[in-house]
Design a protein around this ligand. Sequence first.
Ligand code: ATR
Length: 289
Amino acid sequence: QHGIAAATPVAGPRAAVIGWPVSHSRSPLIHGHWLQRYGLPGSYGRLALEPERADAFFADFAASGLSGANVTVPHKEAAARACAELDPMAATLGAANTLWLEDGRLHGANTDIVGFLANLDQEASGWDRNPGPAVVIGAGGAARAVVHGLASRGFAPVHVVNRTLERAEAVATLARAPGGTIVGRAHGFAELPGLLRTAGVIVNTTSLGMAGSPPLDIDLAPVPEGTLVTDIVYVPLETPFLAAARRRGLPTVDGLGMLLHQAVPGFERWFGRRPAVDADLRAVVLETL
Ligand code: ATR
C-alpha cells in the first residue's frame, strides 16, 4: 500500500527511503550493498509519499511496519515535526533525514552534517587543521547543514553567498562557533571575488553544475594555494566547478562521499553494524550515475 514490495516476508528490520519523488534515490543501493556485504538480515526499500499525506504518515509511523527510514526531499521538515525526540542537529536545522522507533516513539536525526564532515575527514585528512574563513555558495537545505558543520569545526567567518540575499541571511544564523557565537555572514555574488581571496575552504551547495543545470561559473583566480574546493553535486562526479578548481591546482573533493557517509548512522542503528564507506561502495554507486 505504501509502495514497498511485500511479496516475500523478509526477516530482520525493515527500513526505506521516503521522498517525493524517490525513484532516483541511491539509498536502497547503498543499504542493500551493506546488508549483502555483512550478511545481515533485513531489507531496505523505497516509499513514494505524496506531500499531502506526509504529516499523517509520520504521525503514525509505527503503522507503516518500518523500523526506521531515511527521509529525503520534501519531507525532512515534516518528519522532524512528528518526532518525539530529535538529535541536536535535527533540532537545530528543523529537518530530520534519519528516523527510528525506540520504545514505540519516533526518533529523528540529521546526518547530513556528519556526512559532509566525515567525507572531508576521509578524503582530505587534516582539512580542518587551521580553520579560517569558509565560503559556502547557496542557501538551500544542503547549505544549512554545511554552514553548521563548518562552524562546528572552527571555521570563521562562514561566508554564505547566494543569489537571494534574504535566504543567505537566514542560513548564516545557523553558523555558530562551538561557543555559540554566530560566525555566519551573508553576501551577494558581487562580493565573491573579495571573499575568495581569504577562503580556506569553498563549498558549492547549489544545484548549479548538476547534469541538466547550468554550471557554477566563478573565477577561481583569487583563491589562495591549498584551499580545499568541494561540491555537494555528484552527478556528474566532476562538476565544471571542480574541474576548474583542479585546473587551478587546488585540492578537490567530490560530493558522492557526503551521500555515502550520511547513510552510515542509520544503517548502524537499524541493522546493528557500523558499515564502511570504501572504494567498493563508491564503485557500486558510481556505476549507476
Ligand atoms: P537544496 O535544499 O537541495 O539545497 P534549494 O533549497 O532549492 O535546494 O536551494 C538551491 C540553491 O541553489 C539556492 O541557494 C538557490 O539560490 P536562491 O536561493 O537564490 O534561489 C541556488 N540556485 C539554483 N539555481 C540557481 C541559479 N541559476 N543561479 C544562482 N543560484 C541558483
